[in-house]
Design a protein around this ligand. Structure first.
Ligand SMILES: O=C(O)[C@@H](COP(=O)(O)O)OP(=O)(O)O
Length: 271
């Protein structure tokens, strides 16, 4: 996205609506290498840093001023949020980090190249692992080179507890730990009129989108979120559900967004 593109106008919401903006982090080093990442704490790639800065510039151009931000405990989302707030000159707003907004845990696929995985298990199986609602990937085992690193990472010192630490997650399981945070923490803040930015991940955000838009288990399979392109929801104040036209309003040129979504879907297709 360039700072010249037309963006929806700024406002926290008005009258009968609230607004909230979400963004998937900029491209990570593991996205760039086409590796399943999940709970591994990969850094942003140089392109990802640029995407985050561009997102910040676009939000600034649209005049958005946030009161509060939420992010996961993973640095790709944290650094994206920091870059956006820096562009906005809003580094002083409160930020809450939670493992509940983490990417889904990719289990035994963590660290595998997506195309190598297709070569081994077939495209249909990999598509099911990536996008089905309730079929989880295989569990991560101690033989996985990233097992120890993930389970002992100090970013998880504040949770989840060792006895509930996931070894894999489907989208359904991801939603089961993300939605309570949305309902119990984020929604009460939205209701006080705070304008919120969430910087998170492809699948933790797909879970929120599924909930907000009442998408079926089949419909959500088709949604691929691009890196570093913010999107806004305009919510009805009483239902906290999107008003007509208020879903998934990307702050970017529609053709660029369409192409970026297609590229995510095509990560398991041979070039
Ligand atoms: O874990 C990962 O590899 C990607 C998503 O991969 P797909 O589900 O799109 O394969 O998560 P993110 O880059 O948003 O943190």
């Amino acid at each position: 996205m360039t700072s010249k593109q037309k963006l929806p106008c700024c406002c926290k919401g008005s009258g009968n609506t609230y607004k909230i903006i979400m963004v998937r982090h900029g491209e990570s080093e593991w996205n760039q290498k086409n590796l399943f990442c999940g709970w591994y704490n990969a850094d942003l790639s140089a392109k990802g840093v640029q995407e985050a800065q561009s997102a910040g510039k676009a939000l600034k151009q649209a005049g958005h001023k946030f009161d509060l931000a939420y992010t996961s405990v993973l640095m790709r989302a944290n650094k994206t949020l920091d870059a956006i707030l820096k562009e906005l000159g809003q580094q002083n707003i409160p930020i809450q980090k939670t493992w509940r907004l983490n990417e889904r845990h990719y289990g035994g696929l963590t660290g595998l190249n997506k195309l190598d995985t297709v070569a081994k298990y077939g495209e249909e199986q990999v598509a099911i692992w990536r996008r089905s609602f309730n079929v989880p990937p295989p569990a991560i085992t101690p033989e996985n080179p990233y097992y120890d690193h993930i389970i002992n990472d100090p970013i998880y010192n504040d949770g989840p507890a060792k006895n509930e630490f996931p070894m894999f997650e489907s989208l359904e399981l991801t939603i089961k730990r993300t939605l309570p945070f949305w309902n119990d923490v984020i929604v009460p803040q939205i209701k006080t009129g705070k304008f919120i930015l969430i910087a998170a991940h492809g699948n933790s955000l797909r879970g929120l989108v599924k909930h907000l838009d009442n998408m079926s288990n089949e419909e959500i399979m088709q949604l691929n979120l691009p890196t570093g392109i913010p999107f806004m929801y305009t919510l009805n104040k009483s239902s906290l559900k999107p008003v007509e036209g208020g879903s998934l309003q990307f702050l970017g040129d529609p053709e660029t967004v369409r192409k970026a979504m297609e590229d995510v879907a095509n990560q398991i297709k041979k070039k």
